[in-house]
Design a protein around this ligand. Structure first.
Ligand code: NDP
Length: 323
């Protein structure tokens, strides 16, 4: 028998996660978080999961000797962490190592949205510059804007610092007012939307933020309003956003995340005032490698009796010895 712990690779895991798990543990793979694909013996051997897919309470309960779920990504809304914690199962995510990359991408998406840079490049590549002359002046500009950050956490603050350097005013909404920043805080999202003309959404997904950006919030943002969404698609009422863009109740939107990925509604595709990215905010080789290493380092730590490196808040109090 082999003393190495067995780790399940669940979903389309990053190649570096696969390589390291196969080198450091006994590895089992499944396409998604459906443990009915595993026989009873395999289920009983699994002590860790490297998760690149949804992990339900039912899935957790089907693995009797599970000790740790290491989620690839800082957002772990697809993992039932509360249930895992109640069963003594550690859940980890990948904070901090992606914050600067995601913030950089968010600033790029904001600039692309207001200055229409992807459309201007398509105009050049289509030969229109030579045949028709200059690209039309953009009706929007970043100059003079005031930005509201919905979710001033690790990534939100990295975005705020960048946009502060651009000379823009920053406001924010979180449930708890931060004591370490001077930006004006709004206790309600609707009041933040009313105070700014540019709203950057970077809160976690899940029930607490489900469709928080609704028709009232979009109307409060107003006809010069720009919405940038890089948190989770579930936070936006997508049909309400589509209607607001169609009716010009807001000016434009830049989206990296969607309600039903990888499907993007045709109505959004048809909108000239929407700038759309396929969930690429953290998607560079170097940042994804750092995330992959943090996933495996968390598994290695917990499965060798050391504390997890980056436990999610639901699991910070979990006692290693009791599991
Ligand atoms: P943090 O936990 O550091 O920050 C989350 C922020 O959101 C905090 O300021 C928190 O403040 C606030 N918040 C949470 N819930 C609510 C709520 N119900 N109402 C108002 N504010 C709320 O997370 P990160 O900054 O590291 O990451 C944020 C999210 O970004 C991730 O969860 C993930 O979903 C998404 N993401 C998307 C990526 C992409 O590729 N597009 C890449 C990486 C992350 P408070 O608790 O006081 O309310």
């Amino acid at each position: 028998s082999n003393p190495r712990p067995t780790v399940l690779l669940a979903g389309k895991v990053h190649p570096r996660v696969r390589e390291r798990v196969e080198a450091e543990f006994e590895a089992i793979s499944i396409e998604n978080g459906d443990s009915s694909l595993l026989d009873t013996d395999a289920r009983a051997r699994i002590r860790g999961v490297a998760a690149a897919t949804a992990i339900s309470a039912e899935f957790i309960d089907s693995l009797p000797n599970l000790e740790v779920i290491a989620n690839f990504g800082v957002g772990y809304d697809a993992v039932d962490a509360a249930h895992a914690a109640s069963r003594g199962v550690m859940v980890t995510n990948t904070p901090d190592v992606l914050s600067d990359e995601v913030a950089d991408t968010t600033v790029g998406l904001l600039l692309n949205t207001v200055r229409e840079l992807p459309k201007a490049e398509a105009y050049l590549r289509d030969g229109n510059w030579e045949s028709q002359g200059a690209y039309p002046l953009t009706s929007l500009s970043l100059r003079g804007r005031t930005v509201g950050i919905f979710g001033l956490g690790r990534i939100g603050l990295a975005i705020a610092r960048r946009l502060e350097a651009f000379g823009l005013g920053i406001h924010y909404h979180t449930r708890n007012k931060r004591t370490d920043v001077d930006y004006p805080w709004h206790a309600r999202l609707i009041d933040l939307a009313g105070a700014v003309d540019t709203l950057v959404v970077v809160v976690p997904g899940g029930a607490a933020t489900e469709k928080a950006v609704n028709v009232e919030v979009l109307n409060a943002l107003g006809p010069q309003g720009v919405l940038i969404s890089v948190g989770r698609g579930s936070t936006i009422d997508e049909p309400a956003l589509i209607a607001a863009l169609q009716e010009k109740r807001i000016a434009a939107a830049g989206l990296d995340v969607f309600a039903h990925e990888p499907h993007v509604p045709q109505e959004l595709m048809d909108l000239p005032n929407a700038c759309l990215l396929p969930h690429v905010a953290s998607a560079s080789v170097s940042t994804r490698n750092a995330m992959a290493d943090l996933v495996v380092d968390n598994l290695a730590a917990w499965l060798s009796g050391r504390p997890a490196l980056t436990p999610v808040p639901e699991c910070t109090g979990l006692d290693r010895a009791s599991s």
